[in-house]
Design a protein around this ligand. Structure first.
Ligand code: ADP
Ligand code: MG
Length: 295
């Protein structure tokens, strides 16, 4: 199992399938040309939604299925209320709206096609396709300045109010000795599993804005801090840039993160000792976790 799909093992995708709502007619203001901004344009939407069908296959009940006719009608109502210049913006807004309205959908692919016959005088059509998904992410929260327990609590509460983020589960609170600079107070650490519609960079920006709001000043690296929020894992995402390295480079080295991940349902097999703690191999989730998710 690679680092990019380790976190996906927390999902209980027993019978992944896809439903489609195609050729859904929409009328909305969308375009940059003057004539497109004067009156609603006609568009067609094709929507494909991926979800776990295990429950509806077991019972054959509409309540357990992702209702594709509701998918189509919500698309129509939402599009009517929007005014975008770019088809891309409309597709993105629609995608996020549908992911919020249909919590069963793990990912959505939307294709919007402009019927341009009216002003192009021919059969040319333009379209735009976009995929959006709800992703799982694990954040590592730490504090070793001021009221550390309170800071962890406050950061968790603030994360719960970030738009398009939904905390699912917290690890237990761990007290840990500082690792790289030992002349500073003990840390309180906790890991948080959340589901998000944000991209990894958008999530990082939200985490950093919470750090700033809680008085985090980046004066000295590895120095004491009222709050530190690190992105440990993000579903389907691997990056090694300086601005964002995921999985977090310390993940396999810090024993407390390994224990906190275990609290969240990710089982990890220790391999051999390293300087900072225990070097580990990420192997996947305990199966019993999936049942505890709320959708
Ligand atoms: P540290 O957490 O190592 O003590 P900081 O919190 O001050 O350090 O973060 C320093 C920089 O690390 C940030 O500007 C951020 O862009 C970058 N960074 C890279 N990868 C990550 C990650 N996975 N999580 C959080 N920050 C990261
Ligand atoms: Mg940090």
């Amino acid at each position: 199992m690679g680092p990019d799909d380790i976190i996906s093992s927390l999902r209980n995708g027993a019978r992944m399938g896809r439903v489609f709502a195609e050729h859904v007619p929409l009328h909305c203001i969308c375009g940059v040309r003057e004539e497109e901004r004067r009156e609603p344009l006609s568009l067609f939407a094709d929507i494909a939604a991926n979800y776990d069908m295990a429950q509806c296959l077991a019972g054959d009940r509409i309540e357990d299925a992702l209702d594709y006719s509701a998918l189509a009608s919500q698309t129509v109502t939402f599009a009517e209320k929007t005014q975008f210049r770019l088809l891309e913006k409309l597709a993105d807004a629609l995608c996020r709206h549908l992911l919020i309205s249909f919590p069963r959908a793990l990912s959505l692919q939307i294709r919007l096609q402009k019927n341009t016959a009216k002003w192009s005088g021919g059969g040319t059509s333009f379209s735009c396709s976009l995929t959006g998904r709800r992703s799982l992410a694990i954040l590592g929260l730490g504090s070793n300045l001021g009221d550390r327990g309170c800071a962890i609590e406050e950061a968790t509460e603030r994360l719960a109010t970030v738009p398009h983020c939904r905390p699912l589960r917290r690890s237990s609170l761990h007290r840990t000795a500082p690792l790289l600079r030992t002349d500073q107070p003990e840390f309180f650490n906790e890991a948080l599993l959340l589901e998000t519609l944000l991209s990894p960079m958008e999530l990082l920006a939200e985490m950093q804005s919470i750090e700033r709001a809680m008085g985090r000043l980046r004066i000295e690296r590895y120095g004491p801090r009222p709050i530190d929020i690190d992105l440990l894992l993000f579903e389907g995402f691997v990056s090694s840039s300086a601005a964002l390295t995921v999985p977090h480079p310390g993940l396999r080295l810090r024993r407390f993160w390994i224990e906190e991940l275990a609290d969240l349902g990710l089982s990890i097999v220790p391999q051999s000792d390293s300087v900072l703690g225990q070097r580990c191999e990420l192997v996947g989730a305990h199966r019993d976790f999936a049942g505890r998710r709320s959708n």
